[in-house]
Design a protein around this ligand. Structure first.
Ligand code: HEC
Length: 216
């Protein structure tokens, strides 16, 4: 065969090899959607830009700044996801999980007649403040690995804010919206500023929007 022919065959083999390598790489990425999503965040610079330094442990996004203006009606709808295990009405029965009337501001694991795992107060004290509720509802099993609550969590910060605003309203004595000091303390814990600008509630929402496509 002439050298032209040889070159073509060689090129074809090379291209096939590159495609095979790429396909392998891509399918490896696909079996770890979580990892892929993280990588996508970093490429878009949505999280903390630059991509310098070791990956930080991911924390729940702060939500206290959103509580004041949160949509309680939307929160009530989100709470339907809890209704297979929890009742919300005053004096309602315990089910798979305890009744949740008046839960915001209540002591953890305190509802009469329910047999708790005992693991919910392993972090963050003994009271269901809105800040604690946010961390718990983000990923219950991360908050308390031994919890009996078999529920993946509520991913979007705005959804958690609405849900917590609803839970708070579902009470004899709803708590006032978080103070500036509460909001600042939550920011310091969950979204410590690394660069010049402190993260804002708006950035939290931007991140939720960016996460949307990956959640389908
Ligand atoms: C599959 C059942 C199930 C679902 C769904 C579920 N929970 Fe739970 N939940 C439980 C169980 C069981 C516990 C007790 C956990 C323990 O003892 O570790 C619990 C505990 C809790 C507590 C702590 C109560 C206390 O008295 O300390 C809160 C708050 C809570 N759930 C909120 C929710 C919300 C809000 C949702 C919906 C977004 C939800 N849960 C969905 C089963 C569930």
């Amino acid at each position: 065969m002439d050298s032209m022919e040889f070159n073509k065959i060689f090129a074809a083999i090379l291209v096939a090899g590159i495609i095979a390598a790429l396909t392998g790489f891509i399918s490896k990425r696909l079996v770890h959607p979580e990892e892929l999503k993280e990588a996508a965040y970093h490429i878009e610079g949505v999280e903390d830009g630059a991509g310098s330094g070791p990956a930080k442990e991911k924390l729940a996004e702060p939500i206290l700044a959103m509580i004041g203006a949160a949509d309680i009606g939307k929160g009530e709808k989100i709470a339907k996801a809890c209704a297979s295990c929890h009742t919300f009405d005053k004096g309602g029965a315990n089910g798979v999980g305890p009744n949740l009337y008046g839960i915001v501001g209540a002591n953890k694991q305190a509802h009469a007649g329910f047999s708790y795992s005992g693991s919910l107060n392993a972090q963050g004290g003994d009271v269901w403040t809105m800040a604690e509720m946010n961390k718990f509802l983000w990923k219950p099993k991360k908050y308390a690995p031994d919890t009996k609550m078999n529920f993946l969590g509520v991913k979007k910060p705005a959804d958690r804010a609405a849900l917590i605003a609803y839970l708070n309203s579902n009470s004899d004595s709803p708590k006032p919206a978080p103070s500036d000091a509460d909001i600042a303390a939550e920011q310091a814990e969950l979204a410590p500023a690394e660069e010049e600008a402190a993260p804002t509630a708006e950035e939290g929402e931007g991140e939720a929007a960016a996460a949307e496509p990956a959640s389908h």
